[in-house]
Structure formats: structure tokens, C-alpha cells
Design a protein around this ligand. Structure first.
Ligand code: NAD
Length: 413
């Protein structure tokens, strides 16, 4: 039976990677779980006057390298195991791009699509009050993730600044520009995915111009990515959201779709001729980018994937079993911990700019991002070639090294 539990399947890959790197079982014992996870219950007054109690989490995987860092997700399916796994992936992502952070992640079980702006604001502020003891600019720095955005980051930053009675822009990243956000942060994840796609296409020996691309998810990551690839001359033939997918073998009108999508990344509800997300993943294409949710490519459909390159913009879209099947079939899989590291990289740039109080241009940000991601991609690719392991295992090997070495130097293991 395939393991669809993101937490335990991540533990398996971590164990494999640490053993390939020659670390002891004690190191695995340290890194197999977060150092701490806080569960919070937050009473929030709803617009109709009733009180609803929400549950949320903040997980801090490893802070040997530096403060922990990672997004906050608002989603009905948030659960403790998912938040733990996401925080572990953040440690690995930060290690791959060489950021002075460990991994953290947060989540609240809620559906912001059914809540008013006022309710979302009160919940965001309640979350900051509930986790304030364990977060901060030198402890743990949150950021946006699924169904959270720069407005929510602004409310959270304001709440934290009021609690601490000083202006604390470095408490959170992904803020609006006027509150200390970084140029290029909103597009950073998609920018990073685009760089990985360019590098992967070079390895596979084909041009982006004219390549057929399918993207699952049309939110922050998926929509900007569609735009970048479209502008580079690729043909985006399929996109999707939570409600269905659109397919046009001649290429979709991306500018039109971007114009019509709502703030939750929904656009397919405006069309009649839709296909399912399942059908979308199996479309004939050159590049497939899952950019929505986890466990989308499993042992059930891995044999039917037709793309030559699968680049994971989402966290955890491909199971460990499916990774093996795709690799055996000669498909180049660029794993989430590498492909989606652009977001945390520019979040780091935002934090650096907040700390120094001096702000960079978008070109400067993008140039620094490109340098980091091209190097990271080639590091992971060369480990995968020299050690003859799949790209996911290679990425874990590269990404865990900093946390393991820092834990050793600190005398923890
Ligand atoms: P988002 O909330 O902006 O968009 C999510 C998109 O996924 C929407 O189009 C939504 O309709 C779609 N979706 C939701 N449920 C779905 C389902 N069941 N089937 C198909 N589509 C569904 O989120 P985002 O920020 O674009 O994040 C997408 C993925 O990228 C997540 O896995 C996230 O963890 C990952 N990621 C995001 C960032 C970032 O900076 N935004 C960074 C790293 C990784």
C-alpha cells in the first residue's frame, strides 16, 4: 500500500539521505521530527455575532542554522502531520539554496473562501497572539502560503508590532511593498520554478520556445508561472484550479485568464468546456508543473504521465513511489524542495532588506535569485548523476547537510 502520509514518507527520504551522507542514527533521530510544534485554539467573533473556535499550528523543525522560516497556510485540510512535513521541507529548501535559516511552517484549519475580510483579519491577528511566544524576527519568521497573501501578512505584522510595542517588519515576509515587502516577492516562487524549468530543459536538450506546458493550480505560484512561460514563447496548453481544468492544444490565452481569475486562484468556473484535474495531469505535453496541492501524482497515475519534465511548484505533489516510477521512465523530476525554493529565497532577501533598512530594485532581487537557483539546481543535478540517485533524494542530500553540520558544531549530536 502506497504511503500517502506526507510526514512519514518524508521521514523515509530523510533517513535514506542521511545514511547516504554517512550520518549516524542519532542524526536521523534529531532530524526525523520537528524540535517543537505548538497547537493553538483561537476563539474568533464572526460577523453574525457568534464565536467560532479555530485550531492552528506552528511547527519548527530545526533551528541549528538560524531562526526557522516558513509560510502559514489557511485551508480546511490543514492537519498536524502536514504542517510538520512542510516545516521539514523548509529546512531542506533553505539548505539547498544556502539560507541562514531552519525550517518552520504554520497552518490554520479554516476556509477563507467562505469568510469575510473582517473575519479573516480577526483570525490572522488571533493566530499571531497565540503563537507570539515562539516567533519573532530572530526566532521564527512566517510568510504566505496557500490561501494567505500580503494583506494577511500586513495584519499579522501589525499585530506583532503592537504586542512588542515596536515596529517589526522583519517578523514576517511577503508584506506589501509600503510595509517593507521586497520587490519581486509576489512573483518569486514562479520565477524560481521558471529558472528550474530552463535548467531542466537544457539538460533534456530542448527549447522553452514552443514547448507545451501544463500547470495544475492558478494561484500565486501557478498563474505567474503561466505568464512567465507564455512570455518566453512556451505554449501553455492546460491550467486548472480547485474546480476543474482548461485545455487547448493550441495554447490558452494566459493574459485573459490572468485578468479573470479571482484572488483565490479560481478561473475555470467561468467556462463550460472543462476537464478534470486528473485528466489534466495526464495530458500530452513536454513540461508538467503541479502547482496546487499534495499527492497528485501517485502510483495510480505515474505510468500515464506523458511529460518529459515534471517540475514541482507545489509542496509534496508527487509521492515517493511515483518519484521512482517517473525516474525509471526517464522523466526528469525537479523536486519541490528545489523547484519552489524561489519564494523562501526572496523572503530571505526581504528579511535582509528589513534588517538593513535599505531596499533593492526588482532587477537586483531577480539577479540574486537567479544566481542562487541556478547553482542549487546544478548542485542537486550533479549529486543525482554522481551518486546515481533520483533528484528528490539528491535534493534531500544537498539540503540536509547544513542542518546536520550545524547541529554537530553546536554539540547536539
Ligand atoms: P494559492 O492559494 O495562491 O493557489 C492555490 C491554487 O491551487 C488555486 O488555483 C486553487 O484553486 C488550486 N487548488 C486548490 N485546491 C485544489 C485541488 N484540490 N485541485 C486542484 N487545484 C486546487 O497557493 P500558492 O501560493 O500558489 O501555492 C500553491 C502551491 O505552491 C502550494 O503547494 C504551496 O505550498 C506551494 N508554494 C507556494 C509558495 C508561495 O510563495 N506562494 C512557495 C513555495 C511553495
Amino acid at each position: 500500500m502506497e504511503n500517502l502520509n506526507l510526514f512519514t514518507s518524508t521521514q523515509d527520504v530523510i533517513q535514506d539521505a542521511l545514511s547516504k551522507l554517512g550520518y549516524s542514527n542519532e542524526m536521523y533521530d534529531l532530524l526525523k521530527e520537528p524540535l517543537r510544534i505548538l497547537t493553538v485554539r483561537m476563539p474568533v467573533r464572526m460577523d453574525d455575532g457568534t464565536i467560532k473556535v479555530f485550531t492552528g499550528y506552528r511547527s519548527q523543525h530545526n533551528d541549528a542554522v538560524g531562526p526557522t522560516k516558513g509560510g502559514v497556510r489557511f485551508h480546511p485540510e490543514v492537519n498536524e502531520d502536514e504542517v510538520k512535513a512542510l516545516s521539514m521541507w523548509m529546512t531542506i529548501k533553505c539548505g539547498i539554496v544556502g539560507l541562514p535559516y531552519g525550517g518552520g511552517k504554520g497552518g490554520i484549519i479554516c476556509d477563507p473562501r467562505t469568510m469575510s475580510m473582517g473575519e479573516i483579519e480577526r483570525l490572522s491577528r488571533a493566530y499571531v497572539r497565540a503563537i507570539s511566544q515562539i516567533v519573532g524576527p530572530t526566532k521564527d519568521i512566517p510568510a504566505p502560503d496557500v490561501y494567505t497573501n500580503s494583506q494577511i501578512m500586513a495584519w499579522m505584522m501589525d499585530e506583532y508590532s503592537r504586542l512588542r510595542e515596536n515596529d517589526s517588519p522583519g517578523f514576517i515576509t511577503g508584506k506589501p511593498i509600503v510595509l517593507g515587502g521586497s520587490e519581486g516577492r509576489d512573483k518569486a516562487t514562479a520565477q524560481g520554478v521558471t529558472i528550474c524549468i530552463e535548467e531542466a530543459a537544457k539538460k533534456k536538450g530542448f527549447q522553452l520556445k514552443g514547448a507545451r506546458v501544463v500547470i495544475q493550480g492558478f494561484g500565486n505560484a501557478g498563474s505567474f508561472l503561466a505568464k512567465f512561460l507564455h512570455d518566453e514563447g512556451a505554449k501553455v496548453i492546460g491550467i486548472s484550479d480547485a474546480y476543474g481544468a482548461l485545455h487547448d492544444p493550441n495554447g490558452l490565452d494566459i493574459d485573459y485568464l490572468l485578468d479573470r481569475r479571482d484572488s483565490f486562484g479560481t478561473v475555470t468556473t467561468l467556462f463550460e468546456n472543462t476537464i478534470s484535474n486528473k485528466e489534466l495531469l495526464e495530458l500530452d505535453c513536454d513540461i508538467l508543473v503541479p502547482a496546487a496541492i499534495s499527492n497528485q501524482i501517485t502510483s495510480d497515475n505515474a505510468a500515464n504521465i506523458k511529460a518529459a519534465i515534471v517540475v514541482e511548484a507545489a509542496n509534496g505533489p508527487t509521492t515517493v513511489e511515483a518519484t521512482k516510477i517517473l525516474t525509471e521512465r526517464g522523466i526528469l523530476l525537479v523536486p519541490d524542495v528545489l523547484a519552489s525554493a524561489g519564494g523562501v529565497t526572496v523572503s530571505y532577501f526581504e528579511w535582509v532588506q528589513n534588517n538593513q533598512g535599505y531596499y533593492w530594485s526588482e532587477d537586483e532581487v531577480n539577479e540574486k535569485l537567479r544566481l542562487k537557483l541556478v547553482e542549487a539546481f546544478n548542485n542537486v543535478y550533479s549529486i543525482s548523476e554522481t551518486r546515481r540517485v533520483n533528484m528528490r533524494l539528491a535534493a534531500y542530500m544537498v539540503g540536509l547537510r547544513n542542518a546536520a553540520e550545524a547541529s554537530k558544531f553546536r554539540g547536539w549530536v
